[in-house]
Design a protein around this ligand. Structure first.
Ligand SMILES: [Zn+2]
Ligand SMILES: [Zn+2]
Length: 168
């Protein structure tokens, strides 16, 4: 989505309210594919603070991913914030952190997507108590107990575990 900021470039204190949705479909980041299940909602403002433009927004997204423990497909809702300085490429000002734009318009898609990735840590669980996969046989421990011995057992406890296993 392209926002025309030409009207506030010379107006200190000028602002443009942004209330829109962007449909990203599928986006790739560091080898992971993010499958957005609905357009990302963006509510914010671009302001001229006298030195640069700032783009701040609250965003809400939903996407499909896999449980970090068991790999099951899950849908996750993630809210995130955008807070970026925008600088016109011929303004002469220099800032390492600012997003550079040219002419009188700013493409906000990439800014929103980058902010999403900054907030997305990839550690989503299908449920708080997800038991994950057995490291030996790979079975989903939420669905069944495979009975593999997965933890190295202190020998002093081994005989007790034996007894418990027999009782089961
Ligand atoms: Zn899980
Ligand atoms: Zn197993």
């Amino acid at each position: 989505m392209i926002i025309d900021v030409s009207g506030i470039l010379k107006e200190i204190g000028g602002r443009i309210d942004i209330d829109c949705c962007i449909d990203f479909g599928k986006a790739e980041f560091l080898g992971s594919v993010y499958d957005f299940t609905s357009p990302v909602k963006i509510k914010g403002v671009i302001r001229n603070n006298g030195e640069s433009l700032t783009f701040t927004a609250e965003c809400a997204s939903t996407f499909n991913t896999q449980c970090a423990r068991c790999g099951r497909d899950i849908e996750v809702a993630l809210s995130f914030a955008v807070d970026e300085d925008l600088m016109q490429d011929d303004s002469g000002a220099e800032s390492e952190d600012a997003v550079i734009f040219s002419g009188g318009s700013v493409e906000i898609d990439e800014i929103v997507l980058n902010s999403f990735f900054m907030n997305e840590n990839g550690k989503h669980l299908c449920s708080e108590g997800c038991k994950g996969l057995c490291p030996k046989c790979g079975c989903n421990l939420n669905e069944k107990q495979c009975g593999c011995e997965t933890e190295s057992i202190d020998p002093r406890w081994a005989s007790l575990v034996d007894i418990m296993n027999k009782e089961n």
